[in-house]
Design a protein around this ligand. Structure first.
Ligand code: MN
Length: 231
């Protein structure tokens, strides 16, 4: 059987130091994974189980120079995050075996319509349109675990117009990479190609058209883009 029309293009990320493209299947995101960010969002820090939301695979934009400004928000926020790239599927993966399922890592920004998220929280509605909009996941290239291992400590930084806004470290994550992979695999069967955005440290803040955003996870990847004009 032929398709009714051509399928949408496969979302991908290049793998540094190779000529390979990593095919993106789904994007899951962890909420509230750094204590200081939990506090700035008005929450109480603690080791409550991780929770997940998602973005469509085609929300990823690889190393944009200009990021289109989304519609329908008066309060667009940046959240700088480590991205896990799953390389081997599985369900009910143990914490001990979780790193075997990780292909590599990237640096990404979980772009958030904070005003829509706040309204959704208040009304008990889904976060989808606050988190999963077009171009909501600008990312660096991937670096394979073969090349860089599984970093447990690395600076997580984001600046806007040269001013540091976020300055955390992966070692501040409440739920670590193996625990995140293991926990998520109890909710869904992981598939090679799944990305997991692992939460953001404190310092999230508003972005305006024309802002220059520079983010990095030290030793893993960086993004640098200018916010496009208001739609
Ligand atoms: Mn986030």
């Amino acid at each position: 059987m032929a398709y009714t029309f051509d399928p949408a293009p496969q979302s991908t990320l290049p793998v540094s130091g190779s000529d390979k493209l990593y095919p993106i299947h789904r994007i899951y995101c962890v909420g509230r994974n750094y204590e200081d960010h939990v506090v700035e969002m008005g929450g109480v820090p603690g080791r409550e189980p991780p929770f997940f939301f998602s973005k469509p695979a085609d929300a990823v934009v690889h190393n944009p120079s200009t990021l289109p400004f989304p519609t329908i928000t008066e309060n667009l926020h940046h959240e700088m995050e480590l991205v896990i790239a799953i390389g081997k599927g599985g369900k009910d993966v143990s914490v001990e075996n979780a790193l075997d399922h990780v292909f590599g890592y990237a640096a990404g920004v979980d772009m958030t319509r904070r005003d829509l998220q706040a309204a959704a929280k208040k009304l008990g509605r889904p976060w989808s349109m606050a988190k999963g909009f077009d171009h909501s996941a600008p990312m660096s290239s991937l670096r394979s675990a073969e090349e860089i291992g599984h970093p447990e400590s690395a600076a997580v930084r984001l600046s806007v117009n040269g001013e540091i806004r976020q300055d955390g470290d992966l070692n501040q994550q409440i739920w670590k990479v193996p625990e995140i992979v293991s926990n998520l695999s109890t909710y869904v069967e992981l598939v090679a190609g799944d990305l997991i955005m692992t939460g953001t440290p404190a310092g999230v803040g508003q972005l305006f058209a024309g802002d220059k955003v520079e983010g990095e996870i030290a030793g893993i990847g960086s993004v640098a883009f200018v916010m496009g004009p208001n739609p």
